[in-house]
Design a protein around this ligand. Sequence first.
Ligand code: SF4
Length: 342
Amino acid sequence: MGNPKAFLTIHRKEAGYRPVSDRIRDYGEVEQTLNPEDRRLQASRCMECGVPFCHWSCPLGNKQPEWQDRLFKNDIKGAYTLLTATDDFPEFTGRVCPALCEKGCVLNKIHEPVTIRENEAAIVERAFLEGYVKPYVPKHRTGKRVAVIGSGPAGLACANQLNRRGHSVTVFEKNEAIGGLLRFGIPDFKLNKSIIDRRVALMTEEGVEFKPGVEVGKDIAVEDIVSDYDAVCIAIGAEVPRDLKVEGRDLKGVHFALELLQQQNRVNAGREISRDDRISAKGKNVLVIGGGDTGSDCVGTANRQGALSVTQIEIMPKPPEGENPATPWPYWPVVLKTSSSH
Ligand code: SF4
């Protein structure tokens, strides 16, 4: 810990979003970045608690205090090395993770947790910029061939781990481009697709083979996959949206979230959608049912498409602001954690 008293004197400072008037008509990323000195000061706020709750709040078990310290000391290479010891793709998590770590941060007690997620994104982006991210090609290949079916975050992480252990990995993706939900589910204003392309290019250099536009079971027989590979990992997701069986569900203009989001991401990527198939909120009063991340993505997309109005409803009660005294540890923040959409 570079500055043991920084948390007393330096306040949480978020990079913030581009102004509404600026971002509302485009699909560029909305989040801004802090300058390196401010970012370093934000990292200095980490107290390196004896029991760092951020560790176990993070689904990946990231070692946040260790890399905050390296970031504070401007040791970007060291910070990146520590970060990637537990996190395959910090450039994704640093952008779209709901940051459970920050809900667990002891400084959340005073409602000013360390800006862990933003710091994570800053480390990986500087690591790319300063040339610390290099292709890792295993010295020895095991001779084992693995097929990974599905190229979303799970498939990519699986391929990355197996390739680094020396196995020869082929990733099959039925869609026209690699990334799964990262590419087609998450709007560009939260995750620019060039970030995925950059990682896929790196993994290709490292030896992973990608086969987009190939549907296993249709374009290639399951029997061939099983006989050609030593192991198969299925990482295709459920792809079954939760339906709402209510009167009017089958009316024109009622869509699942991903029908809208996938299509808009494809339009942004320059693909043609026929007039009849195009889903657009332009000039319409839009109702979004569901208040989670996906609902929020639909709100942002509908606004950018030019909706007249957008209303969002959520079945759950509003989560409490900050720490709720009626919900003591260990239930807070685990049970009542909020997401970035809330
Ligand atoms: S932002 Fe997400 S992935 Fe990153 S440390 Fe926090 S919980 Fe873990």
